[in-house]
Design a protein around this ligand. Sequence first.
Ligand code: MN
Ligand code: MN
Length: 445
Amino acid sequence: MAAQATDKLQGLDLNGQNGAKAETPAASQATPAEAEDDSDDDQEEGEGAADAGASGAAKKKKKRKSKKKKKGGAKVQSEPPRVPVSNLFPNNQYPEGEICEYLNDNAYRTTNEEKRYLDRMNNDFLNEYRQGAEIHRQVRQYAQKNIRPGQTLTEIAEGIEDSVRALTGHQGLEEGDNLKGGMGFPCGLSINHCAAHYTPNAGNKMVLNEGDVMKVDFGAQLNGRIVDSAFTMTFDPVYDPLLAAVKDATNTGIREAGIDVRMSDIGAAIQEAMESYEVELNGQMHPVKCIRNLNGHNIEQHVIHGGKSVPIVKSSNDQTKMEEGETFAIETFGSTGKGYVREDMECSHYALTPDAPNVPLRLSSAKNLLSVINKNFGTLPWCRRYLDRLGQDKYLLGLNNLVQAGIVQDYPPLCDVKGSYTAQFEHTILLRPNVKEVISRGDDY
Ligand code: MN
Ligand code: MN
């Protein structure tokens, strides 16, 4: 999910220093060696009778291949993904993300004993995050391989959500289960001029088209440690420069981020990277603009928007700094339109307001719905489809009542002008005491 800017003015102190720089591209070893193989192949090769007529060379080749796959009776991820990652990593040690050493004034942190000690104290937190990140990588790998034009947004969203839930081992159908693990927020599938917060509601028949630019934004969480990461899918190479711009901008933001770094400095660096690109569509050149009223954000346990924003343009004079131990979603949005989004179309995303007012509710349907929300989602965001799968129906009146009372916050889709194209890339980073970890990094983005 993305945070929306509130266009606020702050102080004007501008001699910043970048705290950190990416150094070691780790994180590509997303899956254990055993999980790299296709499980399908194993079965085909096991039924040897059909091999009878094959040439000697072909036979030999096949035999070698199948030997490699049988190694250690290893468990592999299924297609679609349904094997909980806790079964694939039995000792509960998940791959680390990309590790970046702190630089300049913060270089001491890498070797400082106190910082290393503080870091070790956080082992459960780190492992929950790494588990969520591994789930995100495995699910998105499947999504990237299998999403095709012609599919409905509903089947795409459900395909991703069913996979995330299965891999966390939490179906989220019993009270409290979804708070232990599952989706971190609804799977966003925002198309073309729509930049964020779109997911189908029940009955939505929208189909993905060949010429579409689709932002796939989903979160996986264990114990409320939300990994928020997004990518953009296209099926026509004309959009490649748009995607390259946004990928570069997001990686620039990740590189600049660090302890004691000012938000305004990160925004400026992101904008400079993004706006050095242009894209040609139908014979017309378009500069790639940052969407200035969308932001990255910090993440707290069970809370996707922790209250700090990471701007993606330089004009914000935000003197707020990133701090040790914080988690941030670094996300940038590029657009061929105005570079400004407004709320449009039917709302699907909602979350309990963090400090919800204790207003008496007269409507019994609102009271009942609030109880369902509290027990199943707490402060995690959810969408209407998640209420449907819990067996709720005819809840719209109650839901609107909760929104009007300020107890539930609605997050309508955010769109640039019609006819424009928007793209997004996003990673979650941990500002650990001694290193910065890009927890959701994979070899795809
Ligand atoms: Mn986000
Ligand atoms: Mn997101």
